[in-house]
Design a protein around this ligand. Sequence first.
Ligand SMILES: NC(=O)C1=CN([C@@H]2O[C@H](COP(=O)(O)OP(=O)(O)OC[C@H]3O[C@@H](n4cnc5c(N)ncnc54)[C@H](O)[C@@H]3O)[C@@H](O)[C@H]2O)C=CC1
Ligand SMILES: CCCCCC(=O)/C=C/[C@H]1[C@H](O)CC(=O)[C@@H]1CCCCCCC(=O)O
Length: 261
Amino acid sequence: MSLTGKVALVTGGAQGIGRAVVESLLQSSVKVAVVDLNQEVGCECKVQLDTEYGEGNCTFIQCDITDGDTLKDAFQTTVDQFGQLDIVVNNAGINNEKDWEKTIQVNLTSVIKGTYLALDHMSKEHGKRGGVVINVSSMAAFLHSPHQPVYTATKHGVIGFTRAIADASSLADYGVRINVLCPAFVDTPLLHSVENEANMGKFVKFKDDFKHSMNKFGVLKPPQIAEGMMRMIMDSSLNGAVMKITCSKGIHFHTYEPLSA
Ligand SMILES: NC(=O)C1=CN([C@@H]2O[C@H](COP(=O)(O)OP(=O)(O)OC[C@H]3O[C@@H](n4cnc5c(N)ncnc54)[C@H](O)[C@@H]3O)[C@@H](O)[C@H]2O)C=CC1
Ligand SMILES: CCCCCC(=O)/C=C/[C@H]1[C@H](O)CC(=O)[C@@H]1CCCCCCC(=O)O
């Protein structure tokens, strides 16, 4: 897939993994809508990106992705501003075992909504030209964690949903590839949330185990995740693929038994 002239929307794009992905897309001459809850960080990010990549190549849209109408408006604003939509990265996520229902809303429900909105704007079923969606899960979906039961459940859910809708896209010829990316630990503000009772609730007592796990497995940097993301976006053979990124094995793919149904 050539990226020249394409338009992307990245949720949670103002910092961390999303920000690194936004920068990689801009480096490939993609126009990018940065969709994020955090107004202050989003505005700072926009100023820095304009300075680095030139004005008119990105926009910041303040949006709580758990509000369905606001998320729908963010997609429409992107299309109104840049004329089309080709790439959607459902990346925004939180780690909150205390408010675990919010964690489900952000990490799973909003990823589903973001995927369906992407299909509304890109599927051949709606007379559009096709495109690609990448949903962000986690290695927590494979190595379940006693510190994060609900976070872990949401990341399993993202993989199951993505693989199923990818098959639907293929069967019904939507022209949209839908893939999922599973990083191990990454050095972002989210990682520090494991220290906070406000995030972890009663599981905060396991924070030393969590740190031990980080020391054992290592911590990746956001540009390493952006590299995997760009591969998934550009490789037109990938649909329903589950990419893992770890310190020990780098970028690689999970393999499954062939479909039995
Ligand atoms: N950092 C890590 O170790 C890993 C992170 N991940 C996943 O990667 C994704 C990105 O995480 P990080 O960059 O680490 O986190 P981060 O906390 O650094 O960045 C997340 C961004 O999402 C935004 N966001 C949060 N809730 C939102 C909402 N309701 N509406 C709109 N924006 C919202 C935040 O404002 C923030 O800018 C998440 O889905 C996370 O679960 C997966 C594996 C490891
Ligand atoms: C606060 C959010 C942190 C999010 C990081 C994340 O998604 C964590 C996943 C870990 C889970 O809590 C239990 C784990 O073991 C996951 C990380 C595993 C990394 C494995 C690397 C294996 C390898 O190098 O082969």
